[in-house]
Design a protein. Structure first.
Length: 143
């Protein structure tokens, strides 16, 4: 099954939900280590409630988030360091369990991996799917 990805950088909640709906996404899998946001509506509890009101399921898989050193590297544009930090994260037992759960959830219904960055090339969503996506088709959504 296709796995979608979406970043909410610069998006409004309306545009975000519209992009999910247009793609037929029925579940958002939040892969942020810290599901907090300065953008209104995108912190975990508020986001989950907003999605539920739209008939979209929400699951947070913290173990698939980027540790602080990786987030710092991403902010600096240091892709090599981000990749090294995230590769180490994915070797952790809890990340392996979370990755298997992510794939199982995505098999149940159309699902989108969520993180902040709009461009998936600058986000660990791409690293995650390259590492564990098992060759599944990926569609990047833009809100």
């Amino acid at each position: 099954m296709t796995i979608f990805t979406i970043g909410y950088e610069g998006a409004t909640m309306d545009a975000f939900v519209a992009a999910l709906r247009a793609a037929g996404v029925r579940r958002v899998i939040d892969v942020r280590a810290l599901p907090l946001s300065r953008r209104p509506g995108f912190s975990k509890s508020t986001l989950a409630a907003s999605l539920k009101a739209e008939g979209i399921d929400y699951v947070h898989l913290k173990a698939l988030g980027t540790p602080k050193p990786g987030r710092d590297a991403a902010k600096k544009g240091d892709v090599a360091m981000l990749t090294a930090v995230y590769d180490a994260q994915l070797e952790l037992p809890e990340a392996k369990v979370a990755a298997a759960r992510m794939l199982a959830l995505a098999d149940e219904m159309p699902s989108a991996l969520l993180c902040y960055e709009r461009d998936p090339c600058h986000c660990h969503r791409t690293l995650l799917l390259d590492a564990v996506g098992a060759g599944r088709p990926v569609v990047n959504l833009y809100a």
